[in-house]
Ligand binder design. Structure first.
Ligand SMILES: C[S@@+](CC[C@H](N)C(=O)[O-])C[C@H]1O[C@@H](n2cnc3c(N)ncnc32)[C@H](O)[C@@H]1O
Length: 267
């Protein structure tokens, strides 16, 4: 058994420096970009694409442009819908992309209307999940694919951290459970054709380029140190939400959340 001094000398010595050097080298992570490469494997020219939870429609616009397709984006938040419509107009795609103000569960499209469904980072907050997945499955053509990116809680997430994330109103504990979500796929008549756990890759990719994680840390540190003052000036529930969102971003780095990509098809 090494003495405490021996251990300290080792931890602070050249052997440890070498390990830090190794950790400074990129593992060549995949970036968000990879999702578009994956989608390209399933998209052909002229495809009708549904973006469920499209936010500003940036992904949908890209998919439609890359595949000379047609798109529908749906989102229930007014500011997202407004921005998405403005982005579609700015890209001169009004003839090809429709943005619907609503939820995926009640989209009025006929069965088998779409050649591809893109659903990135949305299922974590959809309730009831069964209704949403059934609606997507219904609108997806037979032999077509649905790409889902969603994150699950891992065993590293403590009960307290779970509670913290619950403050982020958009996430539901049940939807962060891998088993429950995969069971919901099955109930919706979908099967997993491909599953990739991307862990912190997208985060590492972005951090190696523009350091958004450092900004998240700084924001969280500042929020904590100035909380008392901020609480006098701003709604507490908004601060709680922001605090939880910042944690969410960091948990993706720490393996407390497990971002997972699925390619689904009808079973
Ligand atoms: C975390 S954002 C992700 C947005 C976008 N897909 C992306 O990857 O940047 C989740 C989005 O899903 C939308 N959303 C939440 N529930 C929804 C539902 N039931 N149907 C459609 N969109 C929904 C939210 O308004 C929000 O824009």
């Amino acid at each position: 058994m090494p003495s405490r001094l021996e251990t300290l000398s080792r931890v602070y010595g050249p052997e440890a420096w070498d390990i830090y050097d190794v950790l400074d080298r990129s593992l060549e992570p995949r970036g968000r970009e990879w999702l578009h490469e994956l989608a390209a494997d399933y998209l052909t020219a002229g495809a009708r694409i549904l973006d469920a939870g499209c936010r500003d429609a940036s992904d949908l616009i890209r998919l439609v442009q890359a595949h000379d397709g047609f798109g529908v984006g749906v989102d229930p938040v007014a500011i997202h819908v407004e921005r998405a419509r403005a982005a579609v107009a700015a890209a001169s795609l009004k003839e090809r992309i429709e943005i619907v103000d609503g939820v995926m569960e009640t989209l009025p499209y006929a069965d088998c209307s779409f050649d591809f469904v893109w659903c990135r980072d949305v299922l974590e907050g959809v309730e009831p999940l069964d209704d949403a997945l059934r609606a997507l499955a219904r609108m997806l053509k037979r032999d077509s694919r649905m790409l889902v990116y969603t994150s699950f809680a891992t065993d590293l997430l403590t009960r307290e951290e779970h509670r913290l994330l619950e403050r982020q109103l958009s996430n539901l504990t049940a939807n962060l459970d891998e088993e429950q979500v995969e069971a919901a796929f099955v109930r919706a008549g979908l099967q997993v054709e491909r599953k990739d756990i991307v862990w912190s890759e997208f985060k590492e990719y972005a951090e190696e380029r523009t350091q958004p994680g450092s900004r998240t840390l700084l924001r969280l540190a500042r929020l904590r140190r100035s909380r008392e003052r901020l609480e006098r000036e701003l709604p507490v529930e908004l601060l709680n939400h922001i605090e939880a969102t910042l944690h969410w971003e960091l948990f993706l780095f720490l393996g407390k959340l497990q971002p997972t990509v699925y390619v689904l098809t009808h079973s």
